[in-house]
Design a protein around this ligand. Structure first.
Ligand SMILES: [Zn+2]
Ligand SMILES: [Zn+2]
Length: 196
């Protein structure tokens, strides 16, 4: 927690952004917490003002802390609903998005995760609307059937086409994952439990 290493400019910009208050409870005299717990990463999106309670009692207590990825989402979108237990099942179903690599080969697995996420959120308030939009962004692509050639092996042309489609889909997921997360957070404001 070498807070003195945070450049003054960044420190001031962050405190201004949060009106010198704790990002979680609005309490005053916030400490600056490093979201990724790396005290030398002073990127403003890695810093969160937290009052002594939220900081030391909660965030530095292994049994009470908020997941790092969730805290990152909260840092970006600020919506307090992100920290509600009701968001947790959405959160766990979108975690795979943060781990997608362009070189990832697990296409069927990714498609399954996307399907589950879309299906899950459709039951939320405004969920039909948001699942449709997310489907437009990252819905699985139709692929040609695996056709056997006359010799019984896989048809090399269809195989090539499948590989191209898989590569494009992976790229699409990678490019749109931030937009998907944004839609998920946007959907929260329509839930009866949000900001209640
Ligand atoms: Zn606080
Ligand atoms: Zn800290």
């Amino acid at each position: 927690m070498s807070r003195e290493n945070i450049p003054k400019k960044i420190k001031e910009a962050l405190l201004d952004e949060y009106d010198h208050r704790c990002a979680i409870c609005g309490g005053d005299r916030p400490h600056l917490h490093h979201v990724d717990e790396n005290p030398s990463n002073n990127d403003i999106y890695n810093l969160l003002p937290l009052c002594p309670n939220c900081h030391l009692r909660d965030q530095h207590n292994p049994t009470r802390r908020i997941d790092l990825q969730k805290l990152k989402i909260f840092r970006i979108y600020k919506d307090p609903s992100i920290l509600r237990p009701q968001f947790h099942p959405i959160y766990t179903r979108q975690l795979f998005l943060a781990e997608i690599e362009v070189s990832d080969d697990q296409i069927e697995f990714l498609e399954q995760q996307v399907k589950e996420l879309i299906e899950f959120i459709s039951s939320f308030e405004m969920g039909e609307f948001y699942s449709k939009r997310i489907h437009e962004l990252v819905g699985p692509t139709k692929k040609p059937m695996i056709i056997r050639s006359l010799t019984g092996g896989p048809d090399p042309k269809a195989d090539k086409r499948r590989k191209e489609i898989n590569r494009d889909y992976r790229q699409k997921l990678f490019e749109n994952k931030a937009a998907v997360l944004e839609l998920l957070v946007e959907m929260l404001r329509y839930q009866s439990w949000a900001n209640a």
